[in-house]
Ligand binder design. Structure first.
Ligand code: FAD
Length: 466
């Protein structure tokens, strides 16, 4: 068996792992990057963030042509969608980006190794592939193995009727009736994609609100807007299983002691993701996992085994690509003796529906729960000139500031382009800005971003356009 020695071995080439490997190479570490999949980029690039956004974009164009263009004087008779072309474009986007990661990492002198890795103790990693086993050793090993889909025991995934997001980004035709189990980001985004293409979509959610990490007023507004687009919602309903009658499938659920049934051609199970630690040799080498099966790490991404670190979806914290990336960079900087750091108070969170929903920092409800007195400023997009000009007046910006100090604690919004707008709030919070600082910051006119400034001014009752 051949044996290679590195300064850093990264297991998992998702956004956490590949970014960490690049940072390692930049810092002069001899680095290997291992993934069991041929395509680099992990969940995010292969079956997550990127393919879902490609589909959201294409279907948004279609929805505009079908539902909105006539009001702009643009008449398109019989706009139709060819699902195979739509999917082909999505695949091309994925291939371009996964190929880009391979190119970037090779260019930096990183050894890309294909195979399934497991810890073997004493700085050793064994990589199993069709070529046989390969032994690698390193002073530093970074686990970035990500997460995979959670299945419900009473709703077994068969890939045909009961499906996961991996399948729902690749349907070859538009399902007539799609039932989405789980009203989080993934369910709402993929539900939107297929609703725009003509599916009758029902979202069944256990909690009393969709997008539960957002304030309830933001979540309710989103629900109302998605309802206008044809999505149906059944909240507070506990899914119990799936049954087949006369060749038709039904999702069953229970709400207030009553059984509900939803006819479905496809049932998308999007109830969350679980950390990938299986096959990693965790038990064999004594790697400590936490109560939720995630790799246990301290504030410097150190596991209980000296020289073994972990970041991204496989550790605590929000399962987001940008969180994984920042952790990857910080962890490798710490390994290289630098002062790597992640500011967990300012991780933006986005649901890419139309309009999008975005937040950073504390919501009004979370701040109140934490016993912090707040001032809240809101600005409705219906009063924003650009939003009116571009026909995107559905939405609101909400700024939450500390009542005593005026420090910006958080921003939540429903807005067209919220994923881009949230960046300026993140920057203000990163530099501990106040609502007044934000309100006095010049924003170009006419832009929807002016609503951010107006909402910040509204904190002190000095908003101009409402
Ligand atoms: P991953 O991306 O999961 O990568 C882990 C890699 O490790 C994988 O490539 C896997 O093959 C490899 N691996 C695992 N075990 C081994 C092993 N033993 N040996 C070798 N290789 C191994 N996040 C956002 O921030 N924005 C979004 O818009 C967004 N949209 C999403 C949409 C969908 C449909 C899904 C499913 C997820 C979405 N996410 C989004 C979440 C995002 O994909 C994850 O948070 C992110 O990919 C986590 O990065 P990671 O590097 O920790 O792990």
């Amino acid at each position: 068996m051949s044996e290679k020695t590195y300064d850093l071995i990264v297991i998992g080439a998702g956004p956490g792992g590949y970014v960490a490997a690049i940072r390692g190479a930049q810092l002069g570490l001899k680095t290997a990057l291992i993934d069991k999949e041929e395509k680099l980029g992990g969940t995010c690039l292969r079956v997550g963030c990127i393919p879902s956004k490609a589909l959201l974009h294409s279907t948004e164009q279609y929805h505009f042509l079908k539902e909105k263009s006539e009001a702009h004087g643009i008449k398109v008779d019989n706009a139709t969608v060819d699902v195979s072309t739509l999917m082909k474009r999505k695949d091309e986007v994925v291939n371009k980006l996964t190929g880009g990661v391979a190119m970037l990492t090779s260019k930096r002198g990183i050894d890309n190794i294909h195979g399934e890795a497991r810890l073997a103790g004493g700085g050793k990693v064994i990589v199993k592939s069709s070529k046989g086993d390969e032994n690698l050793t390193a002073k530093n090993i970074l686990i970035a193995t990500g997460s995979s889909i959670v299945e419900l025991p009473f709703l077994p995934v068969d890939g045909k009727t009961v499906v996961t997001s991996d399948h729902a980004i690749a349907f070859d035709s538009v399902p007539e009736k799609l039932v989405v189990v789980g009203g989080g980001a993934i369910g709402l985004e993929l539900g939107s994609v297929w609703a725009r293409l003509g599916s009758e979509v029902t979202v069944v959610e256990l909690l009393p609100q969709i997008a539960p990490t957002f304030d309830s007023d933001i979540s309710k507004l989103l629900q109302r807007l998605l309802k206008k687009q044809g999505l149906k919602f059944e909240l507070g309903a506990k899914v119990t299983g799936v049954k087949k009658e006369k060749n038709k499938h039904f999702l069953t659920a229970e709400k207030n002691g009553k059984e509900l049934t939803f006819e479905a051609d496809k049932i998308l199970c999007s109830v969350g993701r679980k950390p990938n630690t299986e096959g990693l040799g965790a038990a064999e080498v004594g790697l400590k996992l936490d109560e939720r099966g995630r790799v246990h790490v301290d504030d410097h991404f150190r596991t209980n085994i000296p020289g073994v670190f972990a970041i991204g979806d496989v550790v605590k914290g929000p399962m987001l690509a940008h969180k994984a990336e920042e952790e990857g960079v910080a962890c490798v900087e710490l390994i290289a003796g630098k002062a790597g750091h992640v500011n967990y108070d300012v991780i933006p969170n986005v649901v890419y529906t139309d309009p999008e929903v975005a937040s950073v920092g504390l919501g009004e409800e979370a701040a109140k729960e934490a016993g912090i007195a707040v001032n809240v400023g809101k600005f409705n997009l219906a009063a924003n000139g650009r939003a009116i000009a571009v026909d995107s007046t559905d939405g609101v910006i909400k700024v939450i500031a500390d009542k005593k100090t005026d420090r910006l604690l958080g921003v939540q919004m429903v807005a067209h382009g919220a994923s881009e707008l949230i960046a300026s709030a993140v920057a203000h919070m990163e530099y501990s800005g106040s609502a007044e600082d934000f309100g006095r910051t010049i924003h170009a006119h006419p832009t929807i971003s002016e609503s951010m400034k107006e909402a910040a001014l509204a904190v002190s009752g000095t908003s101009i356009h409402q």
